[in-house]
Design a protein. Structure first.
Length: 190
């Protein structure tokens, strides 16, 4: 007894359909999981001001890692995105972390003092001409951070009452990946 040629043809046709269908399902699952992970752990933000020049430029877009600070807190030098107050739809700000919880911050003669010691930064930022409220020593609470813009003389940051010290709950996450413009695409070097 031989195989019926139409049976063989039908078998292979159904087999190909099953393989293609299995691939479509697998691709859909991967895309779905990527979307869920992306929405849960990442957010895009755009630099809207010149307060971080020349490190970041107005119009640059970034991915923010929202999960990194669930495990630990920001470190000195991290560039973070945060909101003022508890407004979920409030404007997003981007600054560099300088002071950590429990530290005493002061700005004298354009220099940052942390716990009375001059803080030597890894980058060459201009001396600050306006110490703002940090002219007097500020001791950060257990959940507060002191942030500065890299464009020190043209930045509204923790030196000013409108921004003030940033509480951990206000922090969206750490900037880590440049997504635009294309010539800057890649990991952010802070």
């Amino acid at each position: 007894m031989g195989l019926n040629p139409s049976y063989v043809k039908d078998y292979f046709a159904h087999s190909k359909v099953r393989v293609v269908f299995a691939w479509i399902i697998q691709i859909a699952v991967v895309i779905g999981l990527a979307a869920i992970l992306s929405l849960s752990f990442f957010q895009t933000v755009a630099m809207q001001e010149g307060s971080m020049d020349s490190t970041l430029s107005a119009g640059d877009k970034f991915l923010v890692n929202k999960a990194v600070y669930k495990i630990g807190g920001p470190k000195r030098g991290d560039i973070i995105a945060f909101r003022i107050g508890n407004e979920e739809k409030g404007s997003t700000h981007i600054k560099r972390v300088v002071g950590l919880p429990g530290e005493t911050i002061q700005i004298q003669n354009g220099q940052i003092l942390i716990n009375g010691e001059t803080y030597v930064e890894q980058k060459d930022f201009p001396a600050m001409t306006n110490a703002g409220v940090a002219e007097d020593a500020i001791t950060l609470k257990g959940d507060e951070y002191f942030v500065l813009g890299d464009n020190r003389n043209s930045s509204e940051d923790s030196r000013f009452i409108d921004i003030g010290n940033i509480k951990k709950e206000q922090i969206i996450g750490k900037l880590w990946f440049v997504i635009s413009p294309m010539n800057k695409l890649g990991l952010l070097r802070s």
